[in-house]
Design a protein around this ligand. Structure first.
Ligand SMILES: *Cc1c(COP(=O)(O)O)cnc(C)c1O
Length: 358
């Protein structure tokens, strides 16, 4: 099936400046994609229009009951001027899993892929070319029906916006300090922790604030039932290298199924490095640190790709990991994934999706 998505070009294109030097998520391109939903018609009226504000009724359900989901992926410009996206189908699949959990009607996955590609092509001269830069793609759905009443909305908007982003690592990869959160929890199994939905992030702000005030850059969440098993960090999944084995928390329903996480697991298997998805307690990490087994730890997510953890603060003890410097495996995984994204490394799984520029 092919879709024709009408495009209304802006009459007022903005100048192309060094936007990638500005803070993450602050600079948006000239166009956006919109698709509407209402009960009799279903999803309809796909279109690309000039980037603009939208008007919503104050009673729109998204404002009151948080019925909304989002995604995040990137497009990259290669040195030979090709445009690549990294595993966009995984994000689109996950978008529908999040929709399902939030009782939002499913989107046509082929239409979403077509919309992603077409919008990126319309704004292709916004993709920065400097090393490490990219175009961040933010698809999202909001419930727009203007009715106060806790029931799934009968109206929605699906939109895609694009933001110019710089290199996460201007000064090279530097390990971050992590606060293992003893008081607050992010999500519990059976809740919405495995959906990319707004409430999870609102729920985490207070802990993040308090950890920042103490000088830590991120919070590591423990499970909400036992307050013992490691979940994830901010908007990243986590991996620990214990001796020769890499361990990451299993998908238990309360953490997100990250595309980067999945890619790291497949790469490790491809390299014959033992990798385990299982429950991993903070006590096991403390024990591994004491016995000298905790070699490396890193977070994985679209924004940073790999973010090494230099230390963990837990119950007034600071566990320094790998001497506080970026480990060999963290670097190897980072180079492999960013190499595929930039079209300069072997892509054994066919993860890079090239846009047709014709
Ligand atoms: C988006 C996100 C991740 C990382 O997912 P990627 O697909 O790798 O970007 C991990 N945890 C949470 C809570 C997230 O929101």
């Amino acid at each position: 099936m092919t879709y024709t998505i009408p495009v209304e070009l802006t009459t007022n294109p903005r100048p192309r400046l060094d936007y990638h030097k500005q803070a993450f998520g602050t600079v948006f391109t000239d166009h956006m994609f919109i698709l509407d939903y209402d009960a009799p018609q279903g999803w309809h009226d796909a279109r690309i229009v000039p980037y603009q504000t939208i008007e919503l009724d104050p009673a729109a359900k998204v404002f009151h009951y948080g019925q909304t989901v989002f995604e995040g992926l990137k497009a990259y410009l290669t040195d030979d001027e090709r445009i690549l996206m990294f595993r966009p189908n995984k994000n689109i699949e996950r978008l529908n899993l999040s929709n399902h959990r939030l009782s939002i009607p499913a989107l046509d996955e082929e239409l979403v892929l077509e919309a992603l590609k077409k919008l990126v092509l319309v704004d292709r001269d916004w993709i920065p070319s400097e090393p490490g830069t990219s175009l961040y793609i933010r698809p999202f759905v909001i419930a727009t029906e203007p009715v106060l009443g806790v029931a799934p909305s009968l109206q929605y908007k699906f939109m895609i916006i694009l933001s110019v982003v710089g290199s996460y690592y201007e000064e090279g990869i530097n390990p971050v300090s992590i606060y293992v959160e003893p008081k607050y929890v992010r999500a519990v199994t059976g809740g919405v922790g495995n959906a990319k939905t707004a409430g999870n992030y609102a729920a985490g702000l207070k802990a993040q604030d308090e950890a920042s005030a103490k000088g830590y850059s991120q919070v590591l969440w423990l499970d909400g039932v036992h307050r013992k098993y490691i979940e994830e960090v901010g908007s990243m999944n986590v991996f620990f290298k214990l001796g020769d084995t890499v361990v990451t928390p299993a998908l238990n329903g309360s953490i997100l199924d990250g595309v980067t996480r999945n890619s790291v697991i497949q790469l490790l298997q491809h390299w014959n490095i033992p990798v385990e998805e299982r429950a991993l307690s903070i006590d096991e990490i403390v024990e591994a640190h004491r016995s000298g087994l905790l070699a490396e730890a890193f977070g994985t997510g679209t924004a940073a790709v790999i973010s090494p953890m230099g230390s963990l603060e837990w119950q007034d003890e600071k566990l320094v990991i790998g001497g506080g410097v970026t480990g060999e495996l963290s670097k190897r995984v980072y180079d492999a994934i960013t190499g595929i994204q930039r079209g300069i490394a072997e892509d054994p799984f066919g993860w890079a999706v090239e846009l047709d520029l014709k």
